[in-house]
Ligand binder design. Sequence first.
Ligand code: SF4
Length: 467
Amino acid sequence: MSIVARLRAAARATRPVDPEFAAVLKRRWEELPETARTPGQLLGRHAVGCEGTHGVFPKCNLKCTPCYHSRDANQVRVDGPHTLENVTAQMALLRERRGPVAHAQLIGGEVSLLEPDDHAAALRIMREHGREPMSFTHGDFDHSYLEQLALGPDGRRRIERLSFAAHFDKFMYGRRGIVRPESEAALHPYRRRFVEMFARLKREHGVRYFLAHNMTVTPGNLDEVADVIREGVRMGGYSMFSFQPAAFLGDERRWKENYRQATPDAVWAEIERGAGTRLDHRVLENGDVRCNRTAYGFYVGERWYPALDGDDARDLTMREVFFRHFGQVNLTGAPLPVVAARVLRVFARHPTATVHASRWLVRRLRRVGLRQLARHRFRIRPVSFVMHQFMDAQQVAPAWEMMRRGEQAQEPVLRETQERLAACHYTMAHPEDGTLVPACVQHAVLDEGENAQLRTLLPLVDVRTSR
Ligand code: SF4
């Protein structure tokens, strides 16, 4: 390639705004219901939302209560070629309909039941479609699996960065070494072991990682949430703590408690107790706040600080500056130097953004305090808190059916359900008919039929036929 061609390619890669990304954001914003067009809304301004796979490896080898998968899920064989074929088809539709970049979850049953080579191939396919993949696991696998995933058969590194969401809570039964946990605290050694595997992988092979800690919350473990956060932060490796108040969704044999007693406000209050501070979930939003609450920030030592303070007018101005100048800039899925170049080009073009960003940075440093920073060797750890509240199947099914017929529900509960579905932050793709559906709909309406079919297609035991 000539020098001119190289310069052109570099200029193109670092251009702040990709017109296709800008167009899908605009469309996303226009499709949002009024209830979600809030000042802090990220959807349609900076992201299209999260995506997830379905029907690609439904089986799991632990038992959760509740479990969002249908009762047939564990009767489906994990099959590499099936997984890769369907991940490819789903990613292609997501790429076509939702544009060049998004975060996507490699999720189904348990991801570590995939052979390491198949797992690595699925991640590669997702990246090839512009998706930043995150693997969903219960975390009960060994370092050797992780190594085989990251390094490949020739022992050479084939993945630069891994993202995993690990689900730990005491209502998951069958974990090796702790089949029926008595408390969340009893699982702390397993949470720590999970982090240590990735720290070792990075130390020995230079594979970077992002880890999210996921936990289902019911009335039975609500008062243990704060301790999970405090201990989890001390483990050092988790960059996100995500909590899911339980919903009546999926396999009804595994509904054990009156989940509604763990209300979103009660769960968020416990998350705040664990973080040691109030968490403002309206500064930045992902979809409908009745589905998702998020607080972005960072730890210095054991103290958490928000990235933006909703009580500070200057930070709210900074939020506007960010949306105006950086909203359409793709800041994920590209190498760090490329992202840095995009940011610098925005600053060069908009000097006022530089001024606002510098002042914001100084405010953050002042808030932490130089002495505090120095005491912790200027170690700043970005950590976000998330709460995702799935909806009950009882409401999702009729609300979705009406949406398909183009009807707006009059009943308040169904109206709310429709608003939430319309602003959904978590989408799944159906290449067979070209539709995209919210994950609530997938689990409440579609999983059952899909897994029944898969059970026939991929039976656990070989069926012998006589000729
Ligand atoms: S999957 Fe359901 S609960 Fe989650 S964001 Fe979408 S509509 Fe809301």
